[in-house]
Design a protein around this ligand. Structure first.
Ligand code: ADP
Ligand code: GLC
Length: 487
């Protein structure tokens, strides 16, 4: 029997992306088709999304005279095989100078609570059958921006509808003042410890974790970490209380989008059988970042520039890396002080460090194809995707032993080297010394070409497509639907 799933998300690659959530929300629905799950994805019709869909026929399928203060419509369309529902609300998601969550200065939009409550309320409506001819058997809400969907479903027309909430990053919780509550349109009883109330205010993610039938996160290790006081960011108690309703399913990657043998962003295609094409990509990378030629490895960083990602640790390790003959290319955007510090390091080490600030999808692909190692010293990492792209492209991950990085990389210790299964290097998180030691190890291993090539090839052979993980999601949905039927 085909299951109908409504996926609710604030980002979806290739329409709008600030991080890995977009990659997952873009790829998982397509992978679910193989498991007889028919997905529609609901997301805001931001101007960026409307521009990306220019030329795609969009049909109005539902309308609101007043949705959180303004008229709104739901538009339906298809893009690259993905069935989309777009929440078109000029007052909430119309043109603004900035990104989906914040203005150009990085300040969150002050009406974010209203914007994402609206997305969630509409999700519950659509799931319950607001659109003629379609309703959902199960709902999957991603991150705090969609998590309130679970509350609207529970207090809506089909309260029995199963809802899965996925945590992509517990650091972003959607916490707002209690004054927002009366405007959410939820019953007064929902403002309670077992509802949306959170430390006296309103917690969107907290509400989702409370009301969801299942809570998933994007790796088994992160699922463990968030149940501890150190990793739980205030929500560990609730997560522990939810018992085995909480589980970790590691992310996959879109192996068509990220395929070095067909990738149009590369200077030259290659595969693990024929690695020769990497040389042209390395040259293209050196040129693009103004690097001098060198014998040592090129390390890459492709990242949001934040404390989570350990960018400060990289800054403290640059002289060490360069001193050992390494070079570094960075593509990132985020914290202004970190951007400036990176640009400063590039000026101090001309020809050895190259920095591009901003967001550049094709350049991210070229870097994975031309660099030797990718540095990911995250303090915490729910899953991480750049190490998976690195593995597939033969750019060896040098990463912190945390969250999904632990679950996806096999450290090149002697046991793994002897067994022929090492795929990267892992180090203790949150420590500059540990990062510098890992950089030293990487540079030494790189100097032993047979070993380095073996690590690279082993990583490239690992299959990080969505097949396994999408099957786990499909099994979870099926189980929840069966349980709801017997309630
Ligand atoms: P997170 O979602 O925490 O930012 P992930 O590793 O899961 O981390 O996903 C990051 C995604 O964003 C990857 O697809 C990566 O290639 C991409 N990315 C990050 N920064 C940039 C950038 N400046 N330009 C292009 N792509 C980027
Ligand atoms: C979040 C996490 C990242 C994860 C991504 C997709 O942005 O920080 O680790 O890979 O979501 O699930």
């Amino acid at each position: 029997m085909t299951l109908r799933l409504l996926s609710v998300t604030s980002e979806l690659h290739p329409l709008i992306k600030t991080g890995g959530l977009a990659d997952v929300a873009g790829a998982l629905p397509l992978a679910l088709a193989a498991h007889e799950v028919e997905v529609r994805s609901l997301l805001p019709a931001y101007p960026q999304v409307q521009r990306a869909l220019a030329g795609v026929r969009l049909r109005p399928v539902h309308s609101y005279k007043a949705l959180f203060g303004g008229p709104a419509r739901v538009l339906a369309g298809q893009h690259k095989g993905h069935d989309l529902l777009l929440l078109d609300s000029p007052s909430l998601f119309g043109a603004r100078d900035g990104g989906p969550y914040a203005d150009l200065a990085g300040q969150d939009w002050s009406d974010n609570w209203r914007r994402f409550a609206a997305l969630s309320a509409v999700a519950a409506d659509v799931a319950a059958g607001a659109i003629k001819g379609w309703s959902a058997d199960v709902v999957h809400a991603h991150d705090w921006q969609a998590a309130l969907t679970a509350a609207y479903v529970r207090h809506g027309r089909r309260p029995e509808l199963p809802v899965v909430v996925t945590i992509h990053n517990l650091a972003f919780q959607g916490r707002f003042d209690a004054t927002a509550f009366p405007e959410l349109g939820l019953p007064q009883s929902a403002f309670a410890v077992d509802g949306v109330e959170y430390y006296g205010g309103v917690g969107f993610l907290k509400a989702g974790l409370q009301y969801a039938d299942a809570v998933t996160t994007v790796s088994p290790s992160y699922a463990d970490e968030i149940r501890t006081p150190e990793g739980g960011m205030g929500l560990d108690g609730l997560l522990r209380a939810r018992g085995d309703a909480v589980l970790g399913i590691v992310n996959g990657i879109d192996t068509r989008e990220w395929d070095p043998s067909t990738d149009l962003a590369l200077a030259s295609p290659y595969s693990h059988r024929a690695l020769g094409g990497r040389t042209a990509n390395r040259r293209a990378l050196e040129k693009r970042f103004g690097l001098k030629r060198g014998r040592g490895p090129i390390f890459a960083v492709i990242s949001r520039l934040t404390w989570q990602k350990g960018i400060d640790l990289i800054l403290d390790s640059i002289d060490h890396l360069v001193g050992l003959g390494g070079r570094l290319v960075v593509l990132g955007s985020g914290d202004g002080a970190m951007e400036n510090a990176l640009l400063g390091a590039a000026t101090r080490h001309p020809g050895l460090i190259g920095v591009v600030t901003g967001y550049d999808e094709p350049l991210a692909h070229l870097m994975q194809a031309g660099a030797d190692a990718i540095l990911i010293p995250s303090r915490f990492e729910p899953c991480g995707l750049t190490q998976l792209y690195g593995l597939r492209y033969g750019t060896v991950p040098v990463a912190a032993r945390t969250g999904g990085l632990t679950d996806t990389i096999i450290d090149a210790n002697d046991a793994a080297l002897n067994a022929g299964c090492a795929t990267g290097l892992l180090h203790q998180p949150g420590s500059g010394d540990a990062l510098r030691q890992a950089i030293t190890r990487a540079i030494n291993l790189y100097a032993a070409p047979a070993i380095w090539q073996a690590i690279r090839r082993q990583g490239m052979r690992a299959d990080w497509g969505w097949e396994r993980s999408s099957a786990r999601y499909a099994a979870l949905y099926t189980d929840l639907v069966a349980r709801a039927a017997t309630r």
